[in-house]
Design a protein around this ligand. Structure first.
Ligand SMILES: Nc1ncnc2c1ncn2[C@@H]1O[C@H](COP(=O)(O)OP(=O)(O)O)[C@@H](O)[C@H]1O
Ligand SMILES: [Mg+2]
Length: 458
């Protein structure tokens, strides 16, 4: 996500800037070229005009053909160019440089000049780029010859090339600055979004007390406000639900206790087998309901924080031993073996003994419930860096991949038809979290389940 928006913002800004810079530079370079060429043309034209006004008398006297050489060599030209005097047929009369051509009448510039207007030619002569400007020499309105200037464009091209380099460099700097700025801008958008995403993930994982810090009063700030409001509302509802569960469970417990009490009393007084069986069922079902109510009460007081943990020194090996002892008879009845692999070197940890025992009993109860007769359950305790790790493995029916994500949720039982409230693993998770530990489930449908608890050592 982060990359997505960032990339889009950076690229769109950059493309816009690159396009504008390229357009801007192209226009400037084009204008520059025109400016240089016009300057050259103007300078050469001026020389021609000056020459013809200097020799006005000679031209009127029609001395051009006779005195061309003298005229050309006496006149002091202010520019560095080859100058030729050409007669009305295009034949060169005089030349400041050696020239192979004697007749230049075929050139476009000379043709134009002979017709009375200034002629221009931008061409390559002997591998060199040149600008030729030719002006008519007129007596009255008759053209009696032309003066032709050929000037190299190399110098102009050099200057032009230098200017191009400077412009390109400038363009590069602008693009770089734009890139840095757009990256910065993109960060100001993506950073708060990732902060919100992280907080939303926390909320989604159940940490409803998370609040998103609001940085600015903009759209993102509004989003933070909305999410915070939503979290507050969910928290309120969660609280209401816990209260409700707690009070209903509490109310149900009193009548249940008297039902159980009377069932037991009547059972001991009755002689009739039929009655005794019926009362037996009432008694065990009351136990089951009682267990369910206890789980509900536990859960609601655990998650509302009304049941503070009592921390004390706890020896994990003896805790495990106790839990196993409690469930071994049931395992034997179901034809299941419970094995233990315990690292006894473990020092004591700081924990709530009864709550941890409840965790182990819940996990062992699941393992027993979901493992067919003949299977076995293994409890392992070992130390990994700064954590005590308890893992409970069974080779039972396992949990399908689609259920595995949700089994820790309250009341979620997946496809299981076995009795139970679906609260066991949710309680385990709450207790382990309250110990600042981690609880994870690994399972493969058909081959078994491993529950792992990691508790910090100090
Ligand atoms: N060891 C296990 N093997 C197979 N499935 C299990 C195991 N432990 C838990 N489950 C699945 O997770 C669900 C939730 O477990 P839990 O929260 O303890 O509720 P309950 O035991 O009341 O059904 C169970 O209903 C079952 O589908
Ligand atoms: Mg259970």
């Amino acid at each position: 996500m982060k990359k997505g928006i960032k990339r889009r913002v950076v690229w769109s800004y950059l493309l816009l800037i690159i396009f504008s810079v390229a357009l801007f530079e192209a226009v400037i370079l084009f204008a520059l070229r025109l400016y240089y060429m016009d300057g050259m043309k103007q300078a050469l034209r001026d020389q021609g005009t000056m020459f013809s006004s200097f020799y006005e008398q000679e031209i009127i006297d029609d001395r051009l053909k006779i005195d061309a050489g003298i005229m050309l060599h006496q006149y002091n030209f202010l520019i560095d160019a080859q100058v030729q005097l050409v007669d009305e047929k295009g034949l060169i009369l005089a030349d400041t440089h050696e020239s192979t051509d004697r007749n230049v009448g075929k050139f476009e510039d000379v043709e134009n000049a002979l017709m009375g207007s200034t002629g221009y030619l931008d061409t390559v002569l002997e591998g060199e780029r040149v600008l030729i400007v030719t002006q008519p020499l007129k007596r009255g309105s008759t053209v009696i010859g032309v003066i032709r200037f050929t000037s190299s464009l190399e110098k102009v091209n050099d200057i032009y090339f230098q200017n191009t380099l400077i412009l390109l460099l400038f363009g590069g700097v602008v693009i770089l600055a734009a890139a840095i700025m757009s990256l910065f801008l993109a960060n100001t958008i993506t950073k708060p979004v990732s902060v919100i995403t992280a907080a939303a993930e926390q909320l989604a994982s159940g940490k409803l007390s998370t609040r998103i810090p609001k940085e600015k009063d903009d759209e993102i700030g509004k989003l933070a406000d909305t999410l915070n409001y939503m979290a507050k509302e969910i928290e309120k509802n969660e609280h209401l639900k816990n209260e409700f569960i707690a009070s209903v469970s509490h109310e149900l417990r009193t009548p249940l206790t008297s039902i159980k009490g009377w069932a037991v009393t009547l059972q001991s007084m009755s002689e009739d087998d039929f009655f005794r069986d019926g009362l037996e069922i009432i008694s065990t079902e009351s136990d089951r309901l009682n267990g369910l109510l206890n789980e509900l009460l536990d859960f609601s007081s655990l998650s509302s924080g009304r049941m503070p943990l009592v921390f004390d020194k706890v020896s994990l090996p003896s805790l495990i031993q106790q839990a196993v002892q409690q469930l071994e008879p049931r395992g034997a009845r179901q034809g299941l073996k419970i094995l233990t692999k315990i690292d006894k070197s473990v020092e004591e940890i700081n924990a709530d003994y009864n709550r941890l025992k409840q965790v182990l009993i819940n996990l062992l109860d699941n393992a027993l419930k979901f493992t067919p007769s003949g299977g076995f359950i293994t409890i392992t305790l070992f130390f990994d860096k700064k954590e005590a790790v308890i893992s409970i493995h069974d080779n039972g029916v396992g949990i399908s991949e689609s259920d595995l994500k949700y089994v820790k949720d309250k009341f979620y039982k997946g496809k299981s038809q076995a009795s139970g409230s679906g609260l066991g693993l949710a309680i385990v998770d709450e207790i382990i979290q309250a110990h600042h530990g981690r609880f994870s489930l690994n399972s493969k449908e058909g081959s078994g389940t491993t529950a792992e608890i990691r508790l910090p050592l100090c």
